[in-house]
Design a protein around this ligand. Sequence first.
Ligand code: NOJ
Length: 554
Amino acid sequence: MSERWYKEAVIYCVEVDTYQDSNGDGCGDLPGLTSRLDYLARLGVTCLWLNPIHPSPLLDGGYDISDYYGVHPQLGTLGDFVELATQARSRGIRLVLDLVVNHTSDQHPWFQSARSDPDSPYRDWYVWSEDEPPDRRQGMVFPGEQTETWTMDPAAKLWYYHRFYDFQPDLNWSNPAVRAEIKKVMGFWLQLGASGFRIDAAPFVIEQTVPGVNPGPMDFTILDDWRQDIQWRNGEAVLLCEANVAPEDVPKYCAAAPDGPNDRAHLMFAFGLNAKLWLALARCDAEPLIEALGTLPKLAAMAQWATFLRNHDELDLSKLTDEQRGDVMAAFAPKPEMRLYGRGIRRRLASMMNGNLSRIQLAYSLQFSMPGTPVLRYGEEIGMGEDLKLPGRLAIRTPMQWDASRSAGFSTAGVVELVRPVPARGNYSAKRVNVEAQRPDRESLLRWFEELIRVLRECPEIGVGEVSVIDCPLPRSVLAHRFDAPEGAILLLHNLADTAVTLDLSGVDPGTGRSGKKPYEVFADDHYEPPAKNLGQLELNGWGYRWIRLRRDA
Ligand code: NOJ
């Protein structure tokens, strides 16, 4: 077992406002989430990543913060946060908070002061230009919703920079006062019980904006400082970077020196792997994954990938070629309203798989057996769908479906008072998809996830081992990979197509280890014949998966 908790964690991403309402106002809150900790503990998650919980005008799902030291009144109080942290910890669950410090809300008192007074101490906390920047209409993140990255502020009579929406002015990270303040923010939440931060938009924090210079210089000392500081304050605290950057740039987010120690972020979202997972699923072809695993950037020892299939944003396919993206769109987002920003898909996984349970399980078995720590978004464990009537990314941010009632057990408020509607019709409605119905049903997706996570706990090499793709002739639809670690070795077989196959892996070193045991199955989609000692003649169903332990030196 690794001594680093994040290497063998299961991270669950939860939006507090849509998870559980405790006071009947129609909005989920921190006490509501606390009341669901037993459910989460039973599921097996060991860390919750909370999307932003701070005061905010909520024009971008809370990613527009107006006070870093508070909790949004609809979600609860600071006391409620500490109670959540305490109760979670007593169940072995840690909390990671979204740290959204590339920008603030334009309603933040810092920006209000900065824009209205040239002598404000906060004027230089933001990024200004006296002249219209030549690249004013470049670098937008939300095409179709955003037309520029520099906007004239009528109060300041200056142009201000905003990588995202115009209500999200960028903080000036060249200013030492900004750096000092955000360190205080991090210290504050660590003191209240957080165990780390998801660094929102990490590359844009690090990029120092200069009008007309694209890209601006990158200042990684910000990450150096954060790592030093949080580790000093709380030895177990982690940084998890959101950085969908070129493969050659990824390692820099984890280590200052090439091949140096892990002295920056502990965890990196595996964006490259995510896109290739979806391409492989769309094409029913293992090749994109074989390529992705073979070319996975090498992270510093102790740094870790955070794998995911879906998150709270659109499924971002921007790093695929047009042809590859076209294939994923054709398979999983055939209608224009399922797509977003010309690069992504605003759907949940279960509906993308047409509700096919075997295929959903195949996809998640694949994710959970990829190198790294799995991140699971709330509601995926029961196979929730999306509501395409809601605008943009809200389609995938509907309330958690606890039971079949009209408010899905999410709230006691009337349906019109809910923060977002509960899907009432169709295959993914709360009537058809909910926790209460799945809990007693051994064949349900929820029970399957509980089992998956239990098994993963017994396979530490997936979190800490060396991954390699098995190099032997196999059908195109089959991925065979393995992990080797001091703790043991495991072989993983996944069939990305719906046709059954028989595999001959007799060339693979079964490495039975000191125990002398022959290979044995620890997890599979079916009751297969036990694997032979030489791994010959292995059956694999359509959409099938098998996790075969080769060695365990406990
Ligand atoms: C990335 C977040 O995941 C997304 O939801 C948000 O809109 C942008 N950053 C801006 O903060």
